[in-house]
Design a protein around this ligand. Structure first.
Ligand SMILES: Cc1ncc(COP(=O)(O)O)c(C=O)c1O
Length: 318
């Protein structure tokens, strides 16, 4: 996953651009002990033909980040447009010409013992060259986790709260040790929620089905993109409803969505084939649409990408 870490890469930390090797936090930092941070994950795609790097839906990611920081009472001093500008500046300063993963992190930064949070907040933005998260080209084998998805009234899963990712780490680790590529979470009531770090869709009887946001899922931006592409470009009916576990075993197609996983087909689930155990036509079509849209190649979806190097030319093309 990704290339070897270059510690000379510039990152934004404590209100300035510094080399990654200098961006350090103290051992007593509140977020390190108690998980009191909120992060984001944004992709950037390099298109060699256009000599352009496209940030994928940065406004949506930063708006979600700002809203979810509110759950932990973390104050972010920059607006969504300012955060987009900062990210463009970060990529330009590093002169990146490769696919990227951008990791904004806001956190409770006081250095002391004691779980009660205070008003000391900090944030950082790191951009790293990044390849495939899961090798999904031939399709994945997913397994239902024995761990249940964290409940909204315990730790809200709709926000990317650092501490909640213990839940994902436990399920993801279990899945890999059991020979699966990725985990599928059920809720406490036994309905399908999502993957350890991705949302989940089924195709049944020509409809695209996904659990609603009230099922303790992260409100995925790739999920929203996939739903819009399916409705607008494939003219599919998209239904948000509760999904039973056994529907995973009888559906025609199954796939994950997420910034890191992109649109990842699942061809086996719990040792059972999904459909013909091949990448299905809806999944394949959505994968292609998504890849083209996020590289600025579909005029109707230029609204989703922010070009870093030639914004004026890109605006004209749109
Ligand atoms: C638990 C979880 N679900 C879903 C997603 C997908 O969200 P998005 O498409 O916004 O990246 C993520 C992303 O990291 C995640 O961590």
């Amino acid at each position: 996953m990704g290339t070897e870490l270059d510690r000379n890469i510039l990152v934004y930390f404590e209100n300035r651009f510094v080399p990654l090797r200098e961006a350090r936090v103290g051992i007593l930092t509140h977020a390190l002990h108690y998980g009191t941070g909120v992060f984001e994950g944004i992709r950037g795609y390099w298109d060699a033909d256009q000599q352009e790097l496209f940030l994928v839906r940065p406004r949506g990611h930063y708006a979600r980040w700002r809203a979810n920081c509110g759950i932990l009472n973390i104050d972010l001093p920059l607006s969504t447009p300012e955060l987009c500008e900062l990210t463009v500046e970060l990529v330009r300063r590093n002169r990146f010409q490769s696919n990227l993963y951008i990791r904004p992190l806001a956190y409770k930064s006081a250095e002391r013992i004691g779980v009660h949070p205070d008003e000391q907040d900090a944030f950082a933005v790191v951009a790293l060259p990044f390849g495939d998260y899961l090798d999904s080209r031939r399709g994945l084998h997913a397994g239902v986790a024995s761990w249940r998805r964290v409940e909204d009234n315990a730790i809200p899963g709709r926000a990317k709260i650092c501490g909640a990712y213990v839940n994902s780490a436990l399920a993801g680790d279990e899945a890999r040790r059991n020979g699966f590529d990725e985990a599928i979470f059920l809720t406490e009531s036994g309905h399908v929620a999502e993957g350890a770090a991705c949302n989940l869709f089924l195709v049944r009887e020509g409809k695209l089905i996904t659990p609603p946001v009230t099922e303790n899922i992260l409100e995925g931006i790739t999920r929203a993109s996939a739903m819009e592409l399916a409705r607008q470009e494939l003219r599919l009916e998209v239904v948000e409803r509760r999904v039973d576990r056994s529907e995973l075993y009888v559906c025609d197609e199954l796939f994950f969505t997420g910034t890191a996983v992109e649109i990842a087909p699942i061809v086996r689930v719990d040792h059972r084939p999904v459909g013909e155990a091949r990448i299905g036509p809806v999944t394949a079509a959505l994968r292609k649409l998504y890849a083209d849209a996020m590289r600025g190649q579909l005029p109707a979806y230029r609204k989703w990408v922010l070009p870093v190097y030639h914004p004026a030319a890109a605006a004209q093309a749109a």
